[in-house]
Design a binder for this molecule. Structure first.
Ligand code: NDP
Ligand code: MG
Length: 420
């Protein structure tokens, strides 16, 4: 029985996780479920899964949830606030933490899980983009194991040699048995270079999003509804907008850098509109290994939940004959400048990824609120990156959040310029 905390349980990834978990009641026990302020939705999940704890970051919402669960005679204990998110992520009775809060808010609980040596199923890519070195150091110190949930990184993980499925420069790689097993893919402190020998390139696939074929003029007028109407994936609104700007692929390049340890020039993106191939690893001998499947997050979630075993996910079998063809094209950096910015941030390293992520969170929120044009998201990101991107990386979580705050403040000022 794996005891599970699901951070961001009411979201797209959280609900897909619970769908997989519900298919295997003999394998998984839900220890804690968390959300931001959706008390009704979290309450429904508590009545169904009966976790020991339910956490809402918002105190008012937590009070409403408490009342409802008490009336229903549900024994789940309701906690409130960011501190409680950290507590249920690091609790001694938890084996596995699904880190599926969206945005920078996911960093503190993911770090807590890392320090506590949990098996971390990492959907919250922001933890690595904002604080890659700090997060990896916490994993090393705590003996945590990380299994990537992002479909591309999960695919790459599956296509890499077993010895290379680890974190950059860390001994705290992904163990077959999870953190509790105490096994690592390579010895403490040994560099991953040897493990990656023979790997020439990682190829991340991108769907191209809803505006793959749109003109710049059409993109200028794009509404939040159009930007969130992803052709293949059903996801939360923030990541959906990121897919439309291709910032998501940019964040994923940075995520891949930290997860797999290959430098920027060995990380490439290819647009693949059907989203059937989830990513590829190219080897020196010319072999290219790919992982295929329907675009349904339950596949990578089930893979990570059961690793190294395989379990049913509820995803239907893939019929290549029915799909008929797979297409590929190079990304267009003119229409999707956010992808270029991510390459720039990766080259500069330091605080640049953190700065870019913070600016983008502000810009996307403004776009979703109808306060910014779609094409201005890249403008805001670019201008903040140019000013703050050369800062040194934060050495601890406080420094990371200080840089994040500064970049957000600058992004808000840029928003006003765009609106003027
Ligand atoms: P959603 O917006 O669907 O869900 C976000 C979840 O996080 C909700 O449970 C939400 O609670 C909670 N949350 C939001 N803000 C806070 C906060 N400040 N404090 C505590 N909890 C908070 O997001 P997704 O499921 O789409 O994405 C989650 C993460 O997974 C992101 O990092 C994303 O990049 C990554 N990811 C997602 C994929 C997908 O297919 N959706 C694919 C690959 C990666 P509430 O409901 O109360 O607002
Ligand atoms: Mg992805």
């Amino acid at each position: 029985m794996q005891s599970l905390t699901i951070l961001g349980a009411t979201g797209s990834i959280g609900l897909s996780t619970l769908d997989v978990v519900s298919r295997h009641p003999q394998r998984f026990r839900v220890f804690a479920l968390t959300a931001h302020r959706q008390a009704q939705a979290l309450g429904d999940l508590c009545l169904r899964f009966a976790p020991r704890y339910a956490v809402l970051a918002d105190a008012g919402a937590a009070a409403a949830l408490q009342q409802r669960l008490a009336q229903a005679g549900c024994a789940t204990e309701v906690l409130a606030g960011e501190r409680a998110l950290v507590e249920v992520a690091a609790h001694g009775d938890v084996d596995t933490v699904m880190a599926a809060i969206v945005g920078a808010a996911g960093l503190a609980p993911a770090l807590a899980a890392a320090r506590a040596g949990k098996r971390i199923l990492l959907a919250n890519k922001e933890s690595l983009v904002m604080a890659g070195d700090v997060f990896l150091a916490a994993c090393r110190a705590g003996g945590a194991a990380v299994l990537p949930i992002d479909s591309e990184h999960n695919a790459i993980f599956q296509c890499l040699p077993e010895t290379a499925r680890g974190l950059r420069g860390s001994g705290a790689a992904v163990p077959g048995e999870g953190a509790a097993g105490g096994q690592t893919a390579y010895g403490e402190g040994s560099p991953p270079a040897a493990a990656l020998a023979g790997v020439r390139r990682i190829l991340l696939t991108a769907s191209g999003g809803p505006f793959r074929q749109a003109s710049l003029a059409e993109m200028e007028e794009a509404s939040p509804e159009q930007a969130c109407a992803h052709p293949n994936w059903s996801m939360g609104r923030k990541i959906s907008v990121d897919s439309a700007t291709m910032m998501n692929k940019g964040l994923e390049l940075i995520e891949a850098f930290y997860l797999f340890g290959l430098p920027g020039p060995q990380l490439d993106v290819v647009v693949h509109p059907q989203s059937i191939i989830h990513s590829m690893v190219e080897y020196e001998d010319g072999s290219v290994l790919a992982q295929l499947g329907h675009p349904d997050m339950r596949t990578p979630i089930a893979h990570a939940l059961a690793h190294p075993q395989r379990i049913a996910s509820g995803v239907s079998p893939l019929s290549l004959a029915a799909i008929g063809r797979l297409d590929f094209e190079a990304p267009d950096l003119q229409r999707f400048p956010c992808l270029r910015l991510a390459h720039e941030a990766l080259d500069g390293a330091g605080a640049a990824p953190c700065v870019l992520n913070a600016a983008n969170e502000i810009a996307v929120a403004a776009f979703l609120a109808g306060e910014l044009r779609f094409t201005d998201i890249a403008q805001v990101n670019d201008s903040v990156l140019q000013v703050l991107g050369s800062r040194a990386a934060g050495r601890d979580v406080d420094e990371v959040f200080a840089i994040d705050d500064e970049a957000r403040a600058l992004a808000r000022r840029q928003l006003m310029r765009c609106a003027a």
